[in-house]
Design a protein around this ligand. Structure first.
Ligand SMILES: [Ca+2]
Length: 246
């Protein structure tokens, strides 16, 4: 009896040990894959403001910890807090209380392409944020929230442009966009989001809740084929003579 219990306990301990070891392996593996950080901008260290009030200009390191920023040739621009200059290129952090509520957490970011703030009224320049990291091996898409209609903007990994498409509209009214990243799964490189000054800037590239997903992005060609298929089916059914029943 005592021996049976001891044996049973021993087996349980071994099972537990295996499970714990496996869990550690899995968690450390997952951890190693996801070294991109502050993808939801919640690491901002900016003053809490009264509701709907405009803040000050804050250092990039406080507004966007971990991220690199660039406006025109300026590789460490300050960030606007709860405001942006329409027409002038810049980067803004919004939250925790601003005229627009963040759809996820307390903060979101707006990239504004436009006139070069260093040499107005010079040419139009881009505004971008980026960081280096490793794309998780499970990732098939990189997704983010933005406005429902995408402004003149770009997303790239390792310097290669990633076309993105609107996946869905969130209950918050923000659009969830996605880009295929399967070619870069497991690879390290720079992830960059840019509001583009050329051929013409739009009013703000709103950006929030960036995430890597195991879900693929439906290819536009697939949708187009499905659409064509549906039309052909409709035309066939409507206009082609049906076979007489026997
Ligand atoms: Ca957020």
């Amino acid at each position: 009896m005592g021996m049976t219990i001891a044996l049973s306990l021993g087996t349980t301990v071994r099972k537990l040990a295996v499970q714990v070891a496996f869990g550690v392996l899995v968690s450390s593996g997952v951890h190693a894959q996801t070294d991109f950080r502050n993808l939801n901008f919640e690491a901002a260290r900016v003053p809490d403001l009264p509701p709907d009030s405009i803040g000050e200009v804050v250092p990039r390191s406080q507004a966007l910890p971990v991220w690199l920023a660039q406006v025109g040739a300026n590789t460490d621009p300050s960030s606007n807090h709860n405001f942006l200059f329409h027409g002038t290129a810049g980067i803004s952090i919004f939250g925790p209380q601003s005229p627009m509520i963040a759809p996820e957490g307390r903060y979101f970011v707006v990239l504004q392409a436009g006139q070069n703030p260093m040499t107005p009224p010079g040419g139009l320049v881009d505004a971008s944020i980026s960081q280096f990291g490793t794309v998780p091996t499970f990732a098939q898409s990189v997704q983010f929230l933005s406005s429902q209609g995408m402004p003149n903007a770009a997303l790239s990994f390792g310097g290669q442009l990633l076309p993105f498409t609107l996946l869905s509209i969130e209950p918050s009214g923000w659009g969830r966009w996605g880009a295929d990243i399967t070619a870069f799964a497991g690879q390290s490189g720079e992830l960059r989001f840019s509001a583009l000054g050329m051929p013409g800037p739009d009013f703000g590239f709103f950006l929030e809740d960036i995430r890597f997903s195991p879900l693929p992005v439906p290819e536009p060609s697939t949708w187009a084929l499905l659409g064509v298929g549906t039309v052909l089916l409709f035309v066939t059914r409507k206009f082609l003579p049906r076979r007489p029943c026997r």
